[in-house]
Write a protein that binds this ligand. Sequence first.
Ligand code: FAD
Length: 521
Amino acid sequence: MATKFLLTFAICRLIVTVGLTLDPADLLRLEVEGQLSLEPADVAMASRDFGGMQSAEPMAVLHPASAQDVACLVKSAYESALGFGISARGHGHSINGQAMTTNGMVIQMSGSRGSRLGSGKPAPPRVSEISMYVDVWGGELWIDVLRSTLEFGLAPKSWTDYLYLSVGGTLSNAGISGQAFNHGPQISNVYELDVVTGKGELLTCSKKQNWELYDAVLGGLGQFGIITRARIALERAPKRVRWIRVLYSNFSAFTQDQEYLISLHGQAQKFDYVEGFVIVDEGLINNWRSSFFSPRNPVKISSLNADGGILYCLEITKNYHESNAETIDQEVEALLKKLNFIPASVFTTDLPYVDFLDRVHNAELKLRAKNLWDVPHPWLNLFVPKSRIADFDKGVFKGILGNKTSGPILIYPMNKNKWDEKSSVVTPNEDVFYLVALLRSALDNGDDTQSLDYLKHQNRQILQFCEDEGINVIQYLPHYTTQQEWKRHFGDKWALFSRRKMEFDPRNILATGQRIFTPSI
Ligand code: FAD
């Protein structure tokens, strides 16, 4: 009781401090177990993100101890006379302030601290071995989901390249990596969700129960509710991974092979992961995603007769268990035989499954050691229809980018039929589309071509080029500043998206940092 009083008092004081006249009766009903923080360090953390280009200060940060805490805060915002914005923040790895809010509250979903009295943390992952799923708190990081499920010899099927992202954060977008061609994005691998809507109701939803909320929330950019629990599909975890990279100088040979490999989805004889990247920089294959190439044996682009100075690297893996360790060499060999890469360009390594999944974390540690992780990241992620990927190559990789990229450029195709059309996410209207991810870091080192302004300008040039050439790209992890642009982004799905918003978050209080709807507060 004392705790409740203290928290209520803290919130009331906070509201008075910022000069808002919220109805105190609403706030007196707040019964949160977690920690409400006005600590400058917490507020500062919630004011920034991985993009490093935006900043917005919330009034306070709630570290919830349960879904009920989340519901309590959202309900009080929804019912109070003036209302206030509420943004769930997973791990803050957005680029453009999507998890921020001004004059509102941030609910810090990851990194739970438990309640003020030392108990009441969100439940840890619970694995069902029989039904092959795991129930996880919405703020759980994927790395922790993996660790928990591996204790049972199980693992989720679909991943992101980097695991220090929250479940709620990736499910609000899609969650993609090289497994998506086969298993679909992460949002296609969720059986059930608990969601706190913008009215403060805590609802369980699935394809069978409250299905409209379930469809809306997956890929819903945090607009319809806060995911407090997700039930994620599991498979038997492979023990090891054969990880292979091969090079191409010819773009159409590269994309033909990628498209062939993803057409093998569902078959036993296929690679388990298909990605790729473009190598434009500096003549050496040497960026933070390609440390895989031995530094003792750097590959010179010039030695490989690259088309316009550009190489394309196909990245593929084959998972295996102890039971098929003896046949892995033959299986890989048989698949590689069908591909048309540069013959002398096969790089192979073999490692435990968990090390493969957690590969980007090593790159993070290296960049952190050089103070190169917390820099501005003007990333641009695009879905490009298969029919126009060659035009994109000509105009962007061989044109606009010049010979510097300031970071890795990923490119890999996915099968549209693995994406649920009913979810909120939008993808190009073709059976196969590519992710092109320009993952750049801006540096303040006197080199204009690495500056934030230069890279942002280049992003605009790329979007303008696509517009001029009629290449119907769709932004992944989208960022727009006007509702007109959002309408265009969603196209045919806009009417449904905005109707669902009216239904599940009628006061537009959730995830205001996405700048899709104006809060009525
Ligand atoms: P946040 O940035 O905290 O939040 C993102 C949005 O989701 C916000 O609008 C927020 O309000 C909302 N949100 C957060 N939690 C919840 C919740 N529980 N319920 C409802 N809404 C919520 N993406 C891929 O698909 N594949 C990749 O391989 C990949 N690699 C990445 C690598 C790095 C280094 C980085 C920085 C990002 C990468 N991403 C990738 C992008 C990433 O998936 C998204 O930015 C994701 O939103 C980040 O998760 P987060 O927990 O940090 O979310």
